[in-house]
Design a protein around this ligand. Sequence first.
Ligand code: 5GP
Length: 187
Amino acid sequence: MVAALTSESVRLADLQFEPFIGEEEIRGRVTSMAAAINTWDLGPDPLMISVLNGSFIFAADLMRALPFTCEIAFIQLQSYDGTRSKGEIVMEGARLGVPVKGRDILIVEDIVDSGLTMYYLIRELQKRRPSSIRVVTLLHKPEMQEFPITLDLVGFTIPPDFVVGYGLDYRGLGRNLRGLYRKTGEF
Ligand code: 5GP
C-alpha cells in the first residue's frame, strides 16, 4: 500500500491523519526560504546542521534550493515519544565530524514545539565557538513553546496539532508522505 501518493486521509498505526499542507505549497515555501537565506550575510561555506531524523527531507530540498556552496552535517536528537514530548533530550551520534569553530551555522529543524531540542542544541554548539548560529525550521508551534530561543526563519506557523509527512513520522511511519498531514482521530 503506497500511502505516500494519496491526497486523502491516511492511517498510520493507530492514528488517522488528514491532509494539512500540500506538496506544492511546501515546495514554494522552501524556495522562498532559500531566497531569504541567500540575503543573509554568511561567510564562505556555511555549515548546515540537519537535526535527524525528521529534518532530512526538508534539509535536502533546502540545500538544493540554495544558490551558494555549503556543507551539511547531521546530528541525532530526540525529545519525542509517540505524539508527546518526553521533556528531555537524547543525543545520539553526537559527533558531527566537521569543525564548527569560526563558522556560520544554519541549524535545520523540521518542527519547533516546546523549543527544548533547539535550546539544548544551540547551547551545545555555542561551546564549540562558531561565528554565528541561525535556526531555520519548517514548522513552528508557537502556542507550545516554553524555551527561550530565537528562530531566524520559519516555514509555516501552525496550531498545536500533531503532524506527519515530509520527513516527520508517527512511530517511524509517514516520513515519505509528500505533503504534511495532521492527526484527526484514534482507533
Ligand atoms: P521540541 O523539543 O521543540 O519540544 O520538539 C521538537 C521535536 O519534537 C521535533 O524535532 C520532532 O522530532 C518532534 N515533534 C514535535 N512536534 C511534532 C509533530 O507534530 N509531529 C512529529 N512527527 N514530531 C513532532
